[in-house]
Every structure is written in C-alpha cells, then in structure tokens.
Write a protein that binds this ligand. Structure first.
Ligand code: MRU
Length: 360
C-alpha cells in the first residue's frame, strides 16, 4: 500500500505539489525529516496520503486541505472508466476515508466537501469528473497561495519597526500552499524593511517551531531566536515581545480559535503583559457552523510523541500521558484576526460571516 519514495529537493520547495496531468502524482515535502533532510514523499495512492497526513509528513491546516483534495483524485481516478454514478459513490467513500486522518483543522473537511460538490455537478462521463476534481484541487492550492499573500500584506502594518514577534508551531510556507499565515505577516514586514526579530517557541512535543519555523525564517533571512515553550513568560516580562502572531486550525463563529497546543497559554501570558495577540488565518479555516470553541474536536495523539520525542525514552515506562495536539483560545484573548479580506477586531460574534463574505 504505502508507496512512498524520497528524493532530494531544490532550493525553494513547495510543501504540496501535483506533478503532471490526471495520471500524475502528489509530491509532499516530508516535514518529519526537517530540518536535517529536505526530501519529498511521492504519493500515487490514497493510503500514502492518509498516512502522510496522520504522521504529519504534511501538516498545517491549509496544507492538509490541499493534500487531501489531491489525495481524493488519487483515490478515485481508477474509476474514470466506470459510470458517473459509480465514480460519485467512490468520491464519497474516499472523502470519508481521508476525513478520518485528522479531526481538528477544518480546512481538510472543507476542501473535501468542495470536491464532493464539484463531483455532483452534471457531467458526460466519469473521466470528465476526475479532470474536474483535479482542477478543483489545484484551484484550492492557488487560492490558498493568494490568500496567504494577502494575509501578509494586511497583517504587516500591525508589526512595528524594531518589534520582537513571538510565534508558535509552524504557520509558514510549509503549512500552506506558500508564504504561510502567521509567517506571511513576518515575511512581509521584513520585506518592507522593518527590523523585526522573530521569537520562535520550539513547540513541544513535535517541535514544529524549532524544526520548521526556525528553519523557514532562517532561510528567508529573518532574524530568529529559538525559545523553549516555557520561556515565553520570561521574555514577555523582559519586554522583548511586542506582538504574538499565530496561525489557526479552526475558528468558531464566536471567534474562539483552535491552534497548536500551547497557544492558549501564550494568549493568557500576552494578556497579562499587555501584548497584542493576533491570529492569522484564511477564510477556509473559519467554521461558522460551530458556535464556539467548545464544539471543535481536539485531536488526541500517540503518547509516544511525549515519552519518546527525541528518539529515546524521556519518561518512565508505562507512565500515563495526555497528549492533546490542540487547544482553544477564547475570543476575548484575541486582539485581531488577520484574514485575506480584512483585519477583524473584536467583538467577533456576528461580524465574521459578513466580513468573510465581503469582497477581498
Ligand atoms: O499539528 P500541526 O503541525 O498540523 O499543527 C499546525 C498548527 O497548529 C498551525 O498553527 C495551523 O495549522 C495553522 S498553519 C497555517
């Protein structure tokens, strides 16, 4: 089943790419190998994609949405010579399978739902639907790239010259089609000539901050200081931090934000120190069907990520472990949501739908 091949990558790699036509393949940067090895995983079947999402070879809300959409194409294309109705049944089954890979980031189910809708539109043949699905998956990727660029443009004015900016996990190019969300803001501010310093939480237990964010920022020439997660309070008290900018996996109708575990603690610390706390996310990360963060499913991951995180046991054998991958930051701790359409200030309740449906 899992036909994964690793090959080395050129200088400016994209985390998720479709190579070739409808008989082509999905190419992912294997993010579990970074920062020491920059290699691709080649996916030609849906189970390889499912495993890549589950094991965080591809990760970050928008990137897993794009990968799942392209994975759906891989899972249905062998039905291109069947009837349109058989193909449509197959689309539903494969989407159902891919939805089980990770529950919290809404981009995944949002992208799959978009392809399911496209499959229902009238067609002369199953092959035509498969072509359409690939086209739709690529469109999701292209739109994400544009949304991330817009987030960077709109968010950069929030960052002052000379600012220290704390971020958590990885909401960079690796987590999206390109540029990132939180990191797009930093990249844009840096490109405008602002002298910023990025403070990056290592992000226990899987170290997306130190492995991925520090790597991305360093490659793009943004001054970066790596911190253990537990140092955030001290650096805020020392006045090194002027703003916190993080990404999101799902934003509820009331503005509550699910993001990488540890985000909530940062928001509490930011409020205690009078530091603005910003969340950068494209409209595909909003789930207005969910009234509040209490309704967002939180992924619980393998205890071994906590007990064997550094390739060796770091806890006594048989210990009980709690390993939620995400937490929810209540809307009242958030200074603004940076979207591709606008910077949205509180109160969020009732205003999100209008802003997100307005013209960018
Ligand atoms: O478990 P991960 O690494 O997929 O978690 C990712 C995050 O929490 C990101 O901050 C979020 O998906 C936004 S990515 C633009």
């Amino acid at each position: 089943m899992n036909e994964a091949t690793a090959v080395s990558v050129e200088k400016q790699p994209l985390s998720v790419e479709w190579i070739g036509g409808v008989d082509g393949y999905l190419r992912l940067i294997d993010q579990t190998l970074l920062p020491t090895r920059l290699e691709y995983v080649v996916c030609r079947d849906v189970e390889t994609v499912w495993e890549a999402i589950k094991q965080l070879r591809v990760r970050g809300a928008p990137a897993i949405g794009i990968a799942a959409a392209m994975g759906l194409v891989l899972g249905v294309r062998e039905f291109a010579d069947r009837s349109a109705s058989e193909l449509r049944d197959r689309v539903l089954a494969i989407a159902e399978r891919l939805r089980t890979s990770r529950p919290t980031a809404v981009n995944l189910s949002w992208a799959l739902a978009r392809l399911e809708r496209a499959a229902q539109e009238p067609a002369d043949s199953a092959a035509e639907i498969v072509e359409r699905l690939l086209d739709q998956a690529k469109r999701i990727r292209d739109e994400d790239r544009e949304m991330c660029a817009a987030i960077g443009r709109l968010g950069a004015p929030l960052i002052k010259d000379g600012a220290g900016v704390l971020t958590h996990c990885n909401a960079g190019a690796l987590a999206t089609a390109d540029f990132g969300t939180a990191l797009a803001v930093l990249f844009h501010a840096h490109a405008e000539g602002k002298r910023i310093t990025a403070y990056v939480d290592e992000t226990r237990p899987l170290l997306q901050g130190s492995r991925l964010t520090a790597w991305e920022l360093q490659r793009r020439g943004v001054p970066v200081v790596l911190l253990c997660d537990s140092m955030a309070g001290l650096v805020m008290r020392q006045r090194k931090i002027d703003a916190v900018v993080v990404g999101a996996d799902r934003i509820a109708a009331n503005g509550d934000v699910a993001n990488k575990i540890g985000t909530y603690a940062l928001a509490v610390l930011a409020q205690a120190h009078g530091i603005p706390f910003y969340v950068a996310a494209p409209s595909s990360t909003f789930d207005l069907s969910v009234p509040s963060g209490a309704d967002i499913p939180i992924e619980i991951r393998d205890p071994r990520e906590v007990t064997h995180g550094f390739g060796m046991p770091t806890a006594p054998e048989g210990i009980d472990v709690y390993n939620p991958a995400f937490d929810v930051t209540p809307a009242e701790l958030i200074s603004a949501l940076i979207t591709e359409r606008a910077v949205i200030r509180p109160p969020f309740e009732g205003t999100l739908a209008t802003t997100l449906s307005s013209r960018p």
